[in-house]
Design a protein. Structure first.
Length: 140
């Protein structure tokens, strides 16, 4: 069974593009572009969450803090996507994120983070905060 990845982002074409790319890599990927409660996320049972740090309709910070409280039985790694704000990466760690990717990031960087955190023995913050990449990068 392939891993289920939940993408929480603003309603643009970017999250749909990422979902299609992840599906092409063999993952199940679903996109939510609306305010959602941590309890609803827990009920969806994703294996990993890709979360936009600055959501228009909800707080990525609040979701990151509240998700472990909504379902203490299942740890879900949260990969935060943020725009050019390395200092927030340390704050993201404090509120429960596994790692951060700075936008624009490449699909290879995203896939590496996903593969790492879905492995049998992941360790928090082994995948470094990813600096901006030139060329074919995912922006948003």
């Amino acid at each position: 069974m392939s891993a289920n990845i939940l993408i929480l982002d603003d309603p643009t074409s970017l999250p749909r593009f990422i979902a299609v790319e992840l599906q092409a890599e063999g993952y199940q990927a679903s996109v939510v572009c609306e305010a959602i409660s941590p309890q609803t996320i827990a009920q969806m049972q994703p294996d990993l969450i890709l979360l936009n740090w600055h959501l228009r309709r909800a707080s990525g910070v609040d979701l990151c803090r509240q998700l472990p409280l909504a379902d203490e039985r299942h740890h879900r790694p949260i990969v935060i996507a943020m725009v050019n704000d390395e200092s927030s990466g340390y704050f993201a760690q404090e509120v429960g994120a596994a790692t951060c990717l700075l936008k624009p990031f490449s699909m290879n960087d995203l896939l590496s983070a996903i593969d790492h955190y879905l492995s049998d023995q992941p360790q928090r913050w082994d995948v470094p905060i990813v600096a901006r990449k030139m060329g074919a990068a995912v922006q948003g």
